[in-house]
Design a protein around this ligand. Structure first.
Ligand SMILES: O=C(O)CCC(=O)C(=O)O
Length: 294
């Protein structure tokens, strides 16, 4: 695990760029060997999708999906469903990059493989991520990897530089239902001409902070646009239970990468050393803990 702290993975300039602008683009960051393994793993799920007619807990498919013409929207939590994705996300290039960007061990939160299928694969409306899974700080970042080349026709990731330090938008509709997107009347006040589209050859990496305004257009090309996304936070950042996707982000969520786990955290500027994680075994009573009884 110590090799994960390898600082050669990221230049000082790129590190500074990420923290200043809230995003980063690294063309061809992932090598051909990894790409071949990731594509092979992905192809297994495309084959598996031929056996389903509607979305399930692993695969999200478009309404027009069929066995003959698969149309996948998303593989949910790939880390939990295939050893290649587990190794890549928890031990491979994105894990190293997250450790370098956050300056120490990190906590894995969740992963997904967004396919954005050919000939109209759906847009992702403008949003920020942190409202979906709030944390105790704003360190969470998402690293995306294009498994194939992505050009401007294919709905590349779009980011609004600097928006990570700006306003946090309300992602509910006027009727109080969750929309998961910034409302149109709010978008009217955002200068969309400043949007940067992160295209790139296969293996290119995108990074965006959890407060970054981002999204992507439909895929107008004849090729799907598989984008493998994985989210990490600083070690001392914790998901806030009971809000959004927190608690349902997969069984690997919370795995610590690049160093030993600690229970240190900071709330309102005050540091504390929290109790161990009892979510799997169940909590002991205060009597058992104080008397050192199991
Ligand atoms: O797939 C994309 O283009 C963007 C994905 C994204 O922002 C999300 O899934 O939260």
């Amino acid at each position: 695990m110590t090799t994960l702290a390898d600082s050669a993975v990221l230049s000082t300039e790129d590190n500074d760029f990420y923290h200043r602008h809230g995003y980063l683009q690294l063309p061809g960051f992932v090598d051909a060997q990894w790409l071949a393994e990731l594509r092979a793993a992905s192809a297994e799920f495309v084959e598996m999708s031929r056996e389903i007619t509607a979305s399930n807990k692993i695969l999200d498919v478009e309404p027009s999906h069929t066995a003959e013409r698969p149309r996948l929207r998303r593989l949910i939590s790939p880390v939990d469903h295939h050893e290649t994705f587990r190794r890549f996300t928890l031990e491979g290039p994105p894990a190293r990059l997250a450790v370098a960007l956050l300056g120490g061990p990190v906590r894995y939160h969740h992963s997904k493989l967004n396919y954005k299928w050919s000939d109209g694969g759906e847009e992702v409306k403008w949003h920020q991520d942190i409202q979906f899974w709030p944390h105790t700080d704003f360190t969470p970042l998402t690293i995306g990897v294009y498994l194939d080349e992505v050009d401007d026709e294919m709905g590349p990731m779009g980011v609004l530089p600097g928006s990570h330090t700006g306003r946090l938008y309300d992602l509910y509709d006027a009727d109080g239902s969750w929309a998961g997107a910034i409302a149109d009347h709010e978008l009217a006040s955002i200068d969309m001409s400043k949007m940067v589209w992160l295209e790139g050859p296969a293996g290119s990496v995108t990074v965006h902070n959890c407060c970054m305004v981002h999204g992507s257009l439909p895929n107008g090309s004849t090729r799907p646009r598989p984008l493998l996304l994985q989210t990490y936070s600083a070690l001392e950042s914790y998901p806030v239970a009971g809000i959004g996707a927190n608690g349902v982000t997969g069984r690997t969520s919370g795995a610590v990468i690049g160093g030993p786990a600690t229970q240190l955290l900071e709330i309102e500027g005050r540091r504390l050393h929290g109790a161990p994680d009892w979510s799997k075994k169940g909590p002991p009573t205060i009597f058992g803990s104080q008397q050192k009884q199991p």
